[in-house]
Write a protein that binds this ligand. Structure first.
Ligand SMILES: Nc1ncnc2c1ncn2[C@@H]1O[C@H](COP(=O)(O)OP(=O)(O)OP(=O)(O)O)[C@@H](O)[C@H]1O
Ligand SMILES: O=C(O)c1ccc[n+]([C@@H]2O[C@H](COP(=O)([O-])O)[C@@H](O)[C@H]2O)c1
Length: 227
């Protein structure tokens, strides 16, 4: 049985550097929304992402591309708070702000690819994430193993934090505001922003890896060219 999402349904949160946004991100948001009966998914472009080099394109360009990619889909919202801030984009303070905005009871679901999930123990105040949101983890080709293969593969700290929270039934996400970890399967897409940046830097086509309006924006603004 499928449930119709309402404004009280769990809200999905998809953070990313989005340098640039691509179809892997959009299918991740769409498939999470559908599989987990989310009311909407809020995309949160990072301003200054921690734990990686500064993005190639500016915050303003990455935000503009996220807006172009999500235009016309009311189920995809854009949160510009991180990208407009000069502070490092740490996820726990962002979730604390969303909790103040949305209240203590609204189920929030942080959506991560398997690679991002595997790196969680290096995040700022990472254990607080579980008190603020559920975490939904999607498979990603070429990255950390997924779901049933987690035991013995995740770091000991992450496995210990996950063990008692592991959940296989999406309907449970709506019954509490935070605290569950749910692996889910999406169409495997071997698309990454770095692949797209590399293709564009060498003058190759990136068409059909990202939405046409985003590719047009990249061309118009001469982004990701080697020179
Ligand atoms: N093809 C994909 N399949 C599943 N998850 C993805 C995919 N691409 C990105 N994600 C997830 O989206 C989130 C944001 O990713 P990010 O903006 O860093 O994109 P990226 O393609 O990984 O970028 P880069 O190649 O620059 O590292 C992360 O949780 C990441 O795991
Ligand atoms: O809070 C942290 O310490 C932290 C460390 C690494 C990544 N994140 C967030 O995870 C999301 C995906 O990061 P990235 O680097 O894969 O684009 C993005 O929203 C980042 O702000 C957050």
């Amino acid at each position: 049985m499928t449930t119709t999402p309402t404004e009280h349904s769990p809200l999905g949160l998809l953070g990313g550097t989005f340098d640039p946004i691509h179809l892997g991100h959009l299918r991740l948001a769409e498939e999470a929304r559908e599989a987990l009966a989310l009311g909407a998914v809020r995309l949160i472009p990072a301003g200054q992402p921690p734990h990686r080099e500064a993005p190639s394109s500016s915050a303003a360009d990455r935000l503009a591309m996220v807006r172009l990619a999500t235009a016309g889909n009311p189920a995809l919202e854009v949160d510009d708070s991180e990208v407009l801030s000069s502070a490092h984009s740490y996820t726990v303070p962002t979730l604390e702000r969303l909790r103040r905005e949305l209240g203590a009871q609204r189920p929030l679901v942080l959506i991560l690819g398997a690679d991002a999930f595997a790196g969680l123990p290096s995040w700022h105040r990472w254990e607080a994430l579980f008190t603020l949101a559920h975490i939904a983890v999607a498979n990603r080709p070429g990255h950390a193993p997924h779901g049933r293969r987690w035991p013995g593969v995740l770091s000991a700290a992450l496995e210990a934090a996950t063990r008692t929270r592991l959940c296989r039934e999406p309907a449970r996400l709506a019954a509490q505001p935070a605290g569950l970890v749910l692996p889910f399967d999406m169409t495997p897409l071997g698309i990454s922003a770095s692949l797209i940046r590399d293709l564009l830097a060498q003058g190759s086509s990136a068409r059909y890896l990202l939405p046409d309006p985003v590719l047009d924006y990249i061309g118009l603004h001469h982004l990701y060219r080697r020179n």
